[in-house]
Design a binder for this molecule. Structure first.
Ligand code: HAM
Length: 442
C-alpha cells in the first residue's frame, strides 16, 4: 500500500534541504550579528495557551489532541506564546532587554495555497523588556538586514508600518465599542484577501454604514516616509496624538539606521491598512510584502505589551516578528536570488582491480578514512568485485568532483587524481595530497 504525503506538508529531499539550510543559515547569521540569542521550546503545548490570546483565526487552525492523561494539547502554530511562557518562568534572572531568536517548525491547519502550508518554518526575533521605539526599529532593521543580504531591494519588497494603538484610538474615537475591536482587526486583516464588495458588506454588517466609510478612508492612508503629513488629519484627542507620535518616532529612529549604500527607511512605507490578524498586538505593527503584492505577506510582527502579563507574568513590554520560509522562497526563486554556497568538493576513491578480479579495498578504505579525518568529503564503492569502469560510473552518479585512483603507481607512493568534469588526470604524490588535498585543484 502506497501512502502519500499529507496535504500541505513538504518532503525535503537533499536538494530542497540544501535550499532550506541556506535560508535558515542566513536567518541565524542576521540574528546573531544584530545581537539576538537562539532559544527553542517544545513542539506542543497546552491547548489553552493558544486560546488565551492568539485570536480566533489561529484557534480555528490548531492541530489539537488529547494525551493519555486526557490533557488537551496542541502542536505549536506560532512560538510567541511559548516565548512569553519561557521568559515569565525566569523573568527575574534574565537581563533586559532580552533579545532572542528562534527558527521553529510550526503547524497550522490552513487551506494549503501558494505561500501557505500546513507545516512551515518561521524565523522569529523578539525583544522583551524595552519600551523604547528603538526596539521596534531594531526588529524592523534586523528584518531588512536579512532581506537585503539575500539581495532583495526596495523595488522588490516593501515594509508596511502601521500602529495597532493608533488604529484602536481612532476606532474608539469615531465610536467603535471596545468589545468590537478584536473581531474588527480580524476582518480588516482579511481586506486584501477578500473581493472589495464582500469586504465592504462585511464591514458594514459589523459596524454600520457610517463607521465603515470612515474606517475605510483611515485605513487607506498610505505614505512614503518623507510625507507623513496625511497622518495629521487625525490629530485630535490625546490618545490618537500619542500613538501617532509613537509611530512617527519609530520612523525617525529608522532614519538613523543606515550605512554606506544601505538605508533601512528606503524599504519602508506607512500603511495603515496593516492591522495584523493576531489578537495580542498593542502598538507598532508591520508586515513585509512583495512590491507588487502578488504574494501573501513575507513576514509580520509588532509590539505586544500585554502578552507576558496575560500569561501570569509581570507587565513587561515586548516586540518582535515572524518570517515564514514559504513566500520568501517563492520570491527568491522568482527573482533568481537563490544562490546556494559552493559545496565542498566530493572525492571518490577507486582502485584498479587486482589480477584475481578483487578490488584493493585494503588500501582504498583506510585512505578514505584518512581523508575524512582531514575533513574531506570522501566516498568509495561498497561492492568489492567491480571493474574500474563501474567504479568511475558510480563516482559520476554520486556527482564526485574528483576520483582518487589507486593503481600501479601506488607502489611508488603516488595516486592519480582525475577531474570528473574535464576528464583531466594527474599523477601526484599521496603524501603531498594528504598534506593538503585542497591544494590539488585543476
Ligand atoms: P503571523 O502573521 O501569524 O505572525 O505569521 C508570520 C509569518 O509566518 C507570515 O507572514 C508568513 O510568512 C508565515 N506564515 C504564517 N502562516 C503560515 C503558513 N500557514 N504557511 C507558511 N507560512 C506561514 C506570527 O506568527 C507572530 N507570532 C509573529 C511574531 C513574533 N510577532 C511577534 N513576535
Amino acid at each position: 500500500m502506497k501512502i502519500p504525503p499529507v496535504k500541505g506538508t513538504r518532503d525535503f529531499y537533499p536538494e530542497e534541504q540544501a535550499v532550506h539550510n541556506w535560508i535558515v543559515d542566513g536567518w541565524k547569521r542576521a540574528s546573531i550579528r544584530n545581537g539576538f540569542e537562539e532559544y527553542d521550546g517544545p513542539i506542543f503545548e497546552y491547548l489553552q495557551m493558544y486560546q488565551i490570546k492568539s485570536g480566533d483565526e489561529i484557534v480555528e487552525q490548531l492541530f489539537s489532541f488529547k494525551d493519555r492523561g486526557d490533557r488537551d494539547l496542541a502542536i505549536r502554530p506560532e512560538i510567541t506564546p511559548t516565548l512569553a511562557r519561557m521568559v515569565n518562568q525566569r523573568i527575574n534572572a534574565l537581563p533586559k532587554p532580552i533579545k532572542w531568536f528562534s527558527v521553529p517548525r510550526l503547524c497550522r491547519a490552513e487551506r494549503p495555497q501558494k505561500g501557505r502550508l500546513r507545516e512551515f518554518f518561521q524565523w522569529n526575533i523578539d525583544i522583551i523588556g524595552e519600551d523604547s521605539t528603538y526596539a521596534d526599529a531594531d526588529v524592523i532593521a534586523t528584518t531588512v538586514d536579512y532581506l537585503q543580504e539575500v539581495g532583495l531591494t526596495p523595488d522588490d519588497i516593501r515594509v508596511k508600518i502601521s500602529s495597532r494603538k493608533l488604529l484602536s484610538a481612532v476606532l474608539k474615537k469615531i465610536g467603535v465599542p471596545e468589545e468590537k475591536l478584536n473581531p474588527l482587526y480580524a476582518l480588516l486583516d482579511k481586506k486584501a484577501k477578500l473581493p472589495q464588495d464582500t469586504f465592504s458588506a462585511m464591514l458594514k454588517e459589523q459596524v454600520g454604514d457610517n463607521l465603515a466609510n470612515q474606517i475605510i478612508s483611515f485605513t487607506e492612508i498610505k505614505d512614503d516616509i518623507s510625507g507623513i503629513g496625511k497622518l495629521v488629519r487625525f490629530e485630535t484627542g490625546d490618545e490618537v496624538d500619542n500613538s501617532r507620535n509613537e509611530l512617527l518616532n519609530c520612523i525617525l529612529r529608522l532614519r538613523l539606521m543606515h550605512s554606506d549604500n544601505y538605508e533601512v527607511l528606503k524599504y519602508c512605507d506607512i500603511d495603515l491598512s496593516v492591522v495584523r490578524g493576531l489578537a495580542y498586538y498593542t502598538g507598532i505593527i508591520f508586515e513585509v510584502h512583495d512590491a507588487k503584492s502578488d504574494l501573501r505577506a513575507i513576514c509580520g510582527g509588532g509590539r505586544y505589551d500585554n502578552l507576558l502579563h496575560d500569561f501570569g507574568g509581570p507587565k513587561i513590554s515586548a516586540t518582535g516578528m515572524g518570517m515564514g520560509d514559504c513566500v520568501l522562497e517563492i520570491l527568491l526563486r522568482e527573482k533568481g536570488l537563490l544562490k546556494l554556497p559552493p559545496k565542498q568538493p566530493v572525492y571518490f576513491v577507486v582502485s584498479v582491480p587486482l589480477e584475481d578480479g578483487s578490488v584493493f579495498h585494503e588500501t582504498a578504505v583506510p585512505l578514505v578514512i584518512k581523508m575524512r579525518k582531514l575533513g574531506v568529503n570522501a566516498m568509495y564503492s561498497y561492492k568489492e568485485n567491480i571493474s574500474l569502469t563501474k567504479q568511475l560510473k558510480l563516482a559520476s552518479e554520486k556527482k564526485a568532483d574528483y576520483c582518487v585512483i589507486i593503481g600501479d603507481e601506488y607502489r611508488s607512493g603516488n595516486i592519480k587524481l582525475k577531474n570528473m568534469a574535464s576528464g583531466e588526470q594527474k599523477t601526484i604524490s599521496l603524501k603531498d595530497f594528504l598534506e593538503n588535498p585542497a591544494k590539488f585543484k585543476f
